[in-house]
Write a protein that binds this ligand. Structure first.
Ligand code: SF4
Length: 421
C-alpha cells in the first residue's frame, strides 16, 4: 500500500488519501460503481464503529465516508477495506476512479456497463497526469435533472442504449458517439485536453480550476472527436445553477427505496440495520450510494427505518449543514444540532444552510436562508454568533447580512428565521 498523505486540501479525500480534520482522519470509501453489497455495507458500518466516530457520511460524489479515524488505526482500517474489495491498488487509481453512476440504473440499460468500461479505460490511460484534483465523471440517462446537477467535469449520457453523448460540464455542446467504444475514446480525449490545460495553468502559477473554468469557446476546435463522432448542440441543457436537486425519498419503481440521511449523516448502527434487512431478504440486494445524501435500497427497507428519512415532506431534506465544530478545524461554531433543531421550525418550502464558516462546504449555492458562523473579537463563551442571510450563500458579504443572532436566541425564538417576503 502506498504511504497515505493526510493534510492535502483542495482535493476529495479517499481511503488511501484520507483528509485530516478536527476530529481525526476523514476516510472516504468509493464503492465500486457506487454500490455496496449488503455484506460490504454491514462491514463498513462495523468499521465506522470500530475505527471511526460511529457515524457515516454520504458525499455528493456518491461515496460513503468515515470520520474521526486515528492516524495510528488507518493501516488496519485499510486492510479491512481491502478484504472487502473496497480499496484501490494505489492512490492514482483511487483519484481517477471518480465516477458517479446514475443510481437508478437498471439491468441491461447500458449504464452500469458504460460506467465499468469508462473506469477501466481511465485507469489504463496515459496522458491524464495533472488532471484537476477533483476531476470526475457522471454516467446516466439524459433527462435526469438531478444527475445533471451532480458535480462532474464530463457527463456521459446514454442516448438510447447504443449511442452516447459526452457533455463537458456547463457546455451546450456534446460529442455525439455511435457506440460505447467511440464514447470511451472521446471521453479520454476530453480528459487529456483538460489535463493539458490544467498543467499549463499550473506552470503559470495559476490554480488549475476544473473543466468548466478551463473551457473556452474555441475548445472544440482543439479536441478532435474520434472517428465516427462529431460535435453537436447538446440535447441535454447544461446545468449551470448551483441549486442542489434531488429526487424525493420513498418507494421507487422496481421495488427499490430511496432513504435519506439527515444532513447527509447516519449513525453506523442504522446503516448496519438497513444492510441486515437487505441481507435477510436473500438474493443479492445491496445499497446504491447516491450523490443526494441518500441510499437506494435494492428491496424493501426494514419496517422501522430508524434515523433514515423515508418521508418526502421531512423538513430536514431542505436543510444543509457542514460538520462544523469540533469536526472541522476551521469551524467557528457547531452546526449540526442547531440545523436539526431549526429544521423543525423552517417555514414551508424554505431551505436553510447552516455553515461553520464562510467557506460553505455543505451547499455551494444560494438558499432561502443561510446562517454563517462569525468570528468574534470577544466570543460569548459557548454561544456562537451567526449572520442571517436571505436568498444567498454562506459567503455573502456583510452588507447582505440581514441580522446577527446567537445560537441560543435562534433556538429560543425560531421565528427569527421567518423569510423575507
Ligand atoms: S464550511 Fe467551514 S466549518 Fe464547515 S466544513 Fe467547510 S471549512 Fe469547515
Amino acid at each position: 500500500m502506498s504511504n497515505p498523505s493526510f493534510a492535502i486540501k483542495g482535493r476529495c479525500p479517499g481511503a488511501l488519501q484520507p483528509m485530516a480534520s478536527g476530529d481525526g482522519l476523514i476516510v472516504r470509501v468509493r464503492p465500486p460503481l457506487g454500490r455496496l453489497s449488503a455484506a460490504q455495507a454491514l462491514r463498513v458500518a462495523e468499521l465506522a464503529q470500530q475505527y471511526g466516530s460511529g457515524v457515516l457520511e454520504l458525499s455528493t460524489r456518491a461515496n460513503v465516508q468515515l470520520r474521526g479515524v486515528a492516524p495510528a488505526q488507518h493501516p488496519a482500517l485499510l486492510q479491512a477495506l481491502a478484504a472487502q474489495g473496497l480499496l484501490d491498488t494505489d492512490a492514482r487509481s483511487e483519484s481517477l476512479r471518480c465516477i458517479v453512476l446514475d443510481p437508478f440504473w437498471q439491468p441491461g440499460d447500458g449504464l452500469q456497463a458504460g460506467a465499468l468500461a469508462l473506469q477501466q479505460a481511465v485507469l489504463g490511460a496515459a496522458g491524464l497526469d495533472g488532471l484537476p484534483a477533483k476531476f470526475g465523471w457522471a454516467v446516466g440517462l439524459p433527462g435526469r435533472p438531478a444527475l445533471a446537477a451532480v458535480s462532474a467535469d464530463v457527463r456521459l449520457w446514454c442516448a438510447d442504449g447504443q449511442r452516447w453523448w459526452l457533455q463537458p460540464d456547463g457546455q451546450a455542446q456534446t460529442i455525439a458517439c455511435p457506440d460505447l467504444d467511440a464514447a470511451l475514446a472521446a471521453a479520454l480525449a476530453l480528459a487529456r485536453w483538460c489535463a493539458a490545460q490544467a498543467r499549463a495553468r499550473r506552470a503559470q502559477g495559476l490554480h488549475p480550476g476544473r473543466m468548466a473554468r478551463l473551457w473556452s469557446a474555441d475548445a472544440p476546435q482543439h479536441i478532435a472527436p474520434p472517428p465516427g463522432c462529431h460535435w453537436q448542440a447538446s440535447p441535454v441543457a447544461p446545468h449551470t445553477a448551483t441549486e442542489m436537486l434531488a429526487p424525493p425519498p420513498g418507494a421507487q419503481p422496481q421495488g427499490h427505496w430511496l432513504l435519506a440521511a439527515p444532513l447527509g449523516r447516519i449513525p453506523a448502527a442504522d446503516f448496519a440495520r438497513l444492510a441486515q434487512a437487505l441481507a435477510a431478504q436473500g438474493g443479492d440486494a445491496g445499497l446504491r450510494i447516491t450523490p443526494w445524501r441518500m441510499v437506494l435500497a435494492e428491496g424493501a427497507p426494514p419496517a422501522d427505518v430508524g434515523r433514515w428519512i423515508a418521508d418526502a415532506n421531512d423538513p430536514r431534506l431542505r436543510v444543509w449543514a457542514c460538520s462544523g465544530a469540533p469536526g472541522c478545524d476551521q469551524a467557528l461554531a457547531p452546526t449540526l444540532a442547531l440545523a436539526e433543531e431549526l429544521a423543525l421550525h423552517l417555514p414551508p418550502g424554505a431551505q436553510l444552510h447552516v455553515a461553520g464558516c464562510a467557506k460553505g462546504c455543505a451547499h455551494p449555492g444560494a438558499t432561502t436562508l443561510a446562517l454563517c458562523a462569525q468570528a468574534e473579537a470577544a466570543p460569548a463563551g459557548g454561544d456562537p454568533l451567526f449572520a442571517l442571510i436571505d436568498q444567498g450563500r454562506a459567503d455573502a458579504p456583510a452588507q447582505a447580512h440581514r441580522a446577527y443572532h446567537r445560537a441560543s436566541a435562534l433556538l429560543a425564538q425560531p421565528a427569527l428565521l421567518q423569510c423575507r417576503p
